[in-house]
Design a protein around this ligand. Structure first.
Ligand code: UGA
Length: 434
């Protein structure tokens, strides 16, 4: 099929590259000319494991081309995927859909009556209907719209796009849905289930999924608060809970809480929807979920004060800046959140990250930012592990002890063996333990 993909961010670029890998011809459209130039050279604007290989293969096959605006060829495309961002709006908790409507209005003149707009962006309820109405107004006749939320995880985006857990299609037309299913034929042939529904169900599935994941994380973090006060071990509780396959072990890692471009924004957006439609039960639940998430960061400051007293002038090494490992994304990162809190408490903060440091330097120039853990540890009064990079497990606590001023360690994420560090004279505090 000839398809267009609009918006080449962490969602759209992966989608475009994978669609090309599955044999489609992809017109990849992105409004940032700097990004288009980069992509034409085969370079990536962000880090995502394996995306470089898939993209290079797509470019070499000639099945993907990059454009600043829709080329004339877009008129022949059967599917147009809208993958633009929907950041949290400056006014409140609702997602900002202006990029979606902007993309749809630019698309109108390139749509044939049979082609389908496939919305993949995460949007509030009513957006798909709004896009459909807008296209009808601009073209003078009804146009096909299908809402098809995306569930990929950063760090696993290529694999998740190649074989998602499910495909959700919200639509009002069986013909439109059939065309999207044809586009996804190879994926469906892998046995991936399809859920067909209306627009608002598709829109709500997406924010519900992220709000549920946020709730699961906050649940174990709330249990961790109890464990901290009773001497119980949160990791063993999670292990035991997870052995019940109705609960499952995934997303029960206690620690600094959730961050990133999606879980915080989408659970706030879901809370906003609940408030708007008068569903206080969900709104209150998600308020608590968010409060627990914030509470974990405050707890780190308490632990730090127990270890070093007044933080003014203390050197704090924050190991990790990315909101989770295997990405360079620092949006709403819990690691950055605590670094800011230490900074505001008067500490001198150095942040280390193996992948995200360029983003720290660009967006948070007031921090010392380094790539090597050894540099970060030098003269530190306190070390905080804030992102679960596996490489931290390789740090030798004995050698690390020679670099720091004081051997204080806080495990905000569990990635090293605390007993090993304690054995080398480190004063270790971990979230979820008394
Ligand atoms: C999330 C969802 O998992 C995807 O399904 C969804 O498609 C995506 O948002 C999106 O809406 O685009 P992602 O933002 O990549 O994916 O991050 P997650 O893997 O969900 O992790 C979110 C945060 O939760 C991270 O800060 C992570 O460290 C934290 N987390 C995760 C925990 O604190 N504990 C856990 O047990 C799991």
């Amino acid at each position: 099929m000839l398809i267009s993909v609009i918006g080449l961010g962490r969602l759209g670029l992966v989608h475009a590259a994978v669609m090309a890998k599955y044999g489609h011809h992809v017109l990849a459209v992105e409004s940032s000319s700097a990004r288009v130039d980069l992509l034409k050279r085969g370079e990536l604007p962000f880090y995502e494991p394996n995306l470089d290989l898939v993209l290079l293969e797509a470019i070499e096959s000639g099945r993907i081309t990059f454009h600043n605006e829709h080329p004339e060829e877009s008129k022949q495309a059967q599917l147009h995927f809208i993958c633009v961002g929907t950041p949290q709006s400056a006014q409140g908790e609702q997602a900002d859909t202006s990029y979606v409507f902007d993309a749809a209005s630019k698309l109108a003149q390139f749509m044939s009556p049979k082609s389908v707009v496939v919305g993949k962006s995460t949007v509030p309820i009513g957006t798909a209907r709004g896009v459909s109405d807008l296209l009808e107004n601009l073209t003078g006749s009804k146009r096909h719209v299908v809402w098809n939320p995306e569930f990929l995880r950063e760090g696993h985006a290529v694999a998740d796009t190649m074989r998602p857990d499910r495909i959700v299609l919200g639509s009002e037309s069986k013909d439109a849905e059939a065309l999207v299913l044809e586009g996804y034929k190879q994926i469906i042939d892998l046995g991936v289930p399809v859920v067909s529904c209306d627009f608002q169900t598709a829109e709500l599935v997406k924010v519900s999924a992220n709000a549920f994941l946020a709730t699961k994380i906050s649940f174990i973090n709330a249990v961790a608060e109890v464990a901290e006060n009773t001497g119980a071990n949160t990791e063993l509780i999670a292990e035991a809970l997870g052995l019940d396959d109705r609960i499952g072990r995934k997303f029960l890692n206690n620690g600094l809480g959730y961050g990133g471009g999606c879980l915080p924004k989408d659970s706030r957006s879901m809370k906003h929807i609940a408030e708007q439609v008068g569903a206080p039960g969900l709104a209150n639940l998600l308020s608590s979920v968010e409060a627990i998430n914030v509470g974990r960061k405050e707890r780190i400051l308490e632990l730090a004060k127990q270890q070093v007293g007044d933080l003014t002038g203390k050197r704090v090494a924050v190991l990790g800046a990315a909101f989770k490992p295997n990405t360079d994304d620092i949006r709403d990162s819990p690691a950055i959140d605590i670094a800011q809190r230490f900074h505001h408490a008067g500490a001198s903060v150095v942040i280390q990250d193996e992948m995200a440091i360029e983003n720290v330097v660009r967006e948070l120039p007031h921090f010392d930012a380094v790539v090597s853990p050894d540099e970060a540890l030098a003269q530190a009064d306190l070390v905080v592990i804030a992102t679960e990079w596996r490489s931290y497990a390789q740090i030798d606590p004995s050698e690390a002890g020679k670099l720091v001023s004081h051997k204080n360690l806080i495990l905000a994420r569990k990635v090293v063996d605390e007993k090993l560090w304690q054995g080398h004279g480190w004063n270790v505090k971990a979230l979820g333990r008394s």
